[in-house]
Ligand binder design. Structure first.
Ligand code: MSP
Length: 674
């Protein structure tokens, strides 16, 4: 079988001084949708996300919390990671800028610049915005023109990158690759910036400590944006990128305010090192709340968790992608969200699914009916004729010159067309009245034809909507009686009539139950208010007296820690831990940290994924007895179901896992740990 074509896409890596709001969630959801779509077109896809953990802002936040920076960022990164996991958008590689392999890539890239004559030492004095991590062109005392927050005057020795040498190569590149920067408005903005002339860029700092050191040039550390952009490369092999085959990236997806870093600095860095350039930079717009960009500093953020709790993740994904024209700003409102939920999801897709499946349950013995011979390829199949051109508009067709909305990242248009198909099926059912035919024995074949067509339409709609609604479409898929997963279907090879007659459908359940509008809005607002009152996950140690000297650096490490909250024995008893024995262990392709294990826990054999691949050889684990948490809800890691957790200690600064075990006693498999 020929190798699958590779596709590499990235989210920006997120600052760790705050937690995700739905603006960040939007960037990640868009990437996740593209990732799923590309997989369904047969690509071998890698999507990376991660955290941007260096810089003065983190240095200060850690100081305020009274913990060392490394501890601060580890906790915050864990929060980001957990949230993406919970939302089902974890990406294939989570890169942290404090990862060792990342530091090596940054240092290696700098060496290429030096070897190629693109760096020189200098000094800089200017106004610095610690929030955007950039020198800005304002006078002392003036605020940052981008985020409006105060700037600081900084004077420091640094190394400069000869950005000015890349004005012409960059302009030539943009001219030769007209689609490099999307959308058009952002391309024009970048072009006029570069045409206006480029000044050399300081890429190291001596005014901050918390960064990747410049080898042999301490106390210089790398400038955060140089550090952060390089994460795209370190995620897929760093200096050995050729081995993974995922560089250059197909698309870097970013918010519009960081386009310059991606479309000017990053390509210039890559040119200076003689590396291939990404194929495209796509800048999306902002989510606005009360007409302003949602941001922590303005205090107008909306978090994803309350929405997911009340309406489900797919509802949030649908709303964000349907309401916002990709590339432009979009407004968020709880009202519009619930309105979309009820009208498009509950009354639209949810209603269609339960209507069609219930009629099959009640009138066809719970099996997909058999259409009359010739029905599928004749003009009798009205729906088929309607579906074809719309499918091409959504996923493209070279023969008809349709590029396809998904391929152009026009998610809102893709969803509008999918929902047009839903209303075609609704009108078809209203016209043909299968419920009336069901009462007339002589019309059994007509009824079978109609319900087959409706179920086939539902199958196609389910596949088309899957990249946006991954979880609910899987549920509909199961209800349609399908054993495979929707994600394994080829979205570009849809053909009418692939649904097999005689298939027994699954249990019919409501997918998007209708929700009372006002009550839903109030619940989400109340949960959001509650979340705002929660302290940051890294808080100052409670025991530090107000008059104690400010903690920082080594002093911070020695500062007394906040007393951890105590739990009662009844809380501990909720965790069911048992002795398990590893039966098989194998690596997971594309996940260099994970092993897939099967573990005998006495009553059954469980599949469990464990993040120990870098430290344990799979063969050596077979037969080993381990401690297993057996009552954790199952979850998917890199697409592999994990049903339990193996207990390990984390040792050393890199958190090396050491499996808990029972070396001295012959403990029984399945014995409970208390
Ligand atoms: N760390 C840098 C990116 C480095 S990439 C090499 C950064 N981080 S960020 O956390 O501030 O923002 C990350 C992404 O979230 C950006 O693409 C940004 O546009 C996006 N969003 C943050 N707030 C947003 C909205 N209100 N709306 C939409 N996206 C927004 O920048």
């Amino acid at each position: 079988m020929p190798d699958k074509p590779k596709y590499y896409l990235t989210t920006p890596i997120y600052y760790t001084n705050g937690l995700p709001h739905i603006g960040h969630t939007y960037s990640t959801i868009v990437c996740d949708t593209i990732r799923r779509y590309k997989r369904m077109r047969g690509y071998d896809v890698v999507m990376t996300t991660g955290t941007d953990e260096h810089g003065v802002n983190v240095e200060r936040s850690a100081k305020k919390a009274g913990v060392p920076e490394s501890e601060f960022v580890a906790k915050m990164a864990a929060e980001w990671r957990a949230l993406w996991d919970e939302l089902g958008v974890q990406g294939d590689e989570f890169i942290r800028t404090t990862d060792l392999k990342h530091a090596h890539t940054v240092q290696w890239l700098f060496k290429q610049f030096r070897d190629n004559g693109f760096v020189y030492p200098g000094h800089y004095t200017g106004q610095y915005c610690i929030y955007d991590n950039a020198y800005v062109d304002v006078k002392p005392g003036e605020n940052c023109p981008d985020c409006g927050r105060p700037t600081e005057t900084v004077t420091e020795a640094n190394f400069y990158f000869k950005l000015s040498a890349f004005q012409k190569p960059l302009l030539d590149w943009y001219a030769k690759h007209p689609d490099f920067i999307q959308p058009e408005a952002r391309r024009n903005e970048v072009l006029s910036f570069v045409e206006g002339g480029l000044r050399d860029l300081s890429i190291t700092r001596t005014s901050i400590r918390w960064g990747i050191p410049v080898p042999g040039e301490e106390p210089h550390v790398f400038y955060v944006w140089f550090d952060a952009l390089t994460a795209y490369l370190s995620a897929v092999g760093g200096p050995q990128y050729e081995k993974t085959g995922f560089w250059p990236a197909d698309v870097h997806l970013v918010g519009k305010e960081i386009i310059r870093f991606h479309a000017v600095y990053w390509p210039a860095f890559l040119m200076a090192a003689g590396l291939p350039l990404p194929k495209q930079i796509w800048a999306h717009g902002w989510l606005l709340m009360d007409s302003a960009k949602m941001s922590k500093s303005l205090g107008n953020v909306v978090r994803p968790r309350p929405i997911v709790h009340v309406l489900g993740m797919d509802a949030l994904r649908y709303y964000l992608l349907r309401e916002t024209v990709f590339g432009q700003d979009g407004n968020f409102s709880y009202d519009a969200l619930v309105q979309r939920y009820n009208s498009d999801l509950a009354n639209g897709l949810g209603n269609l699914a339960s209507r069609v499946l219930t009629m099959i349950e009640q009138n066809c013995g719970g099996q997909i009916p058999e259409p009359a011979p010739g029905h599928l390829d004749s003009a009798a199949s009205v729906l088929r004729g309607m579906f074809r051109p719309t499918i091409w508009m959504i996923v493209g067709n070279a023969a008809t010159n349709d590029t396809g909305h998904y391929n152009e990242l026009q998610f809102s248009l893709a969803l509008q067309d999918i929902w047009r198909l839903i209303s075609h099926v609704d009108s078809y059912l209203v016209r043909e009245k299968p419920w009336a035919l069901a009462k007339d024995n002589t019309k059994a074949q007509d009824l079978a034809n109609i319900l087959y067509d409706a179920a086939e339409a539902l199958r196609i709609i389910t596949i088309l909507a899957h990249p946006v609604l991954p979880s609910t479409t899987e549920q509909i898929w199961k209800q349609l009686g399908q054993f495979s997963s929707v994600e394994s279907q080829r979205i570009d090879q849809l053909d009418w009539g692939q649904l097999k007659s005689g298939t027994r459908i699954g249990m019919v359940r409501a997918i998007f139950p209708r929700i009372e509008h006002q009550e839903a809005v109030e619940r989400m607002e109340a949960m959001e208010k509650e979340a705002q009152k929660q302290p940051s996950p890294v808080t100052a140690p409670a025991a530090t007296p107000a008059s104690a000297p400010a903690a920082g650096g080594a002093a911070a490490a020695a500062a007394p820690q906040a007393a951890p909250e105590k739990i009662g024995i009844e809380d501990f008893a909720k965790v069911e831990m048992r002795v398990g024995q590893i039966k098989t262990a194998e690596r997971i392709v594309g996940a260099d940290k994970l092993l897939k294990l099967t573990v005998d826990i006495g009553t059954e054999i469980r599949q469990i994924c464990a993040g120990i691949a870098q430290y344990y050889e799979p063969e050596k684990l077979i037969g080993r007895k381990v401690a297993v948490v057996v009552n954790l809800a199952p979850r998917k890691l890199r697409g592999v179901e994990s049903n339990g957790m193996i207990i390990a200690a984390t040792v050393g600064p890199e958190g090396r896992p050491v499996l808990a075990g029972f070396p001295d006693e012959d403990v029984e498999i399945g014995a409970r740990l208390k």
